[in-house]
Write a protein that binds this ligand. Structure first.
Ligand SMILES: [Zn+2]
Length: 289
């Protein structure tokens, strides 16, 4: 009797099964963002690219060394969203700017932040030409300038000073460094800031870089970006290092890892874990990878 009933209703069961399957596929491919703010340290190999995202609002910091950032963004941004509200270039080295040129041709970018430092590489010239061609508003923030972002977020620009060209002998020291506040959550984005840049920030704004929850470790974990002078001040709870598997520079350097271990930071590396996802509601936070 039961078997006969099951046999009679097979079409209904098939429809239910297909509907559930479609729902499962939909939820995987059309993942809608949750209500939290996310910082993604994107897996772009030997370079830097981070995305701060809440809902359909994004701030992209650097684009990595090639177009791999496109597929990484595809994995974390809502599929229908082709607009990035703000793009920040920390400095014009190829491992930071190259992917941004590809993004400029595929996404609508509302605003660009960079230091405007002079540098004559082809890829940087292409970046600047694309901005002009698309008529995208550009801002070169002054040290100490703040910007309201998201519903309860603030960016405070800490570096470079008014004219980045003073430091262009070592472009890493022209990196845009900024603090990001979201509720009680704090982050520090550092580009490839090295000793000269850190010295100035520590002298002028030590309190703004103290006791930070999330640190994008400077210069891919190089010992020229992290040392006993800056890590004990920052004292990060989460330290994210963006570097390529088996990179030729030996990043991250042992000295950097030792410093971070001394402060008790949880260390996350893109070469070991791929993309790192830090999620926060402004009070609590968690790391997923
Ligand atoms: Zn770099």
């Amino acid at each position: 009797m039961l078997l006969r009933k099951l046999a009679e209703n097979w079409r209904i069961y098939l429809i239910i099964f297909l509907a559930l399957l479609a729902l499962a596929i939909w939820s995987v491919y059309f993942k809608e963002p949750d209500n939290n703010l996310h910082i993604f340290v994107l897996d772009v190999g030997q370079g830097d690219a981070e995305l701060i995202q809440k809902g359909n609002y994004q701030i992209l910091i650097d684009g990595g060394p090639d177009d791999s950032v496109i597929s990484q963004l595809g994995k974390v941004m809502p599929v229908e969203d082709r607009e990035i509200e703000e793009m920040i270039l920390t400095h014009p080295h190829a491992d930071h700017v190259t992917g941004l040129v590809d993004i400029l041709s595929r996404y609508k970018i509302d605003k660009i932040v960079y230091s405007g430092v002079d540098y004559s590489s082809n890829v940087y010239q292409n970046f600047q030409s694309a901005i002009k061609e698309k008529n995208i508003p550009v801002s070169e923030p002054k040290k100490g300038e703040t910007e309201k972002v998201f519903d309860q977020g603030t960016i405070t620009y800490l570096w470079p000073s008014n004219n980045a060209n003073v430091y262009k002998e070592n472009l890493n020291n022209t990196s845009e460094v900024f603090r990001f506040d979201y509720g009680n959550f704090t982050g520090l984005f550092t580009g490839d800031c090295e000793v000269v840049c850190w010295q100035q920030i520590i002298n002028q704004n030590r309190n703004l870089i103290s006791n930070i929850i999330f640190l994008k470790v400077s210069h891919h974990g190089s010992n020229t970006g992290s040392d006993e002078n800056n890590i004990p001040i920052i004292w990060p709870k989460i330290a994210a290092i963006s570097c390529g598997v088996g990179n030729k520079y030996g990043f991250p350097h042992k000295e950097t890892l030792d410093q971070l271990q001394k402060t008790g930071s949880d260390i996350y590396r893109t070469d070991l874990l791929g993309t790192i996802d830090i999620s926060t509601d402004g009070k609590n936070w968690s790391v997923n990878n």
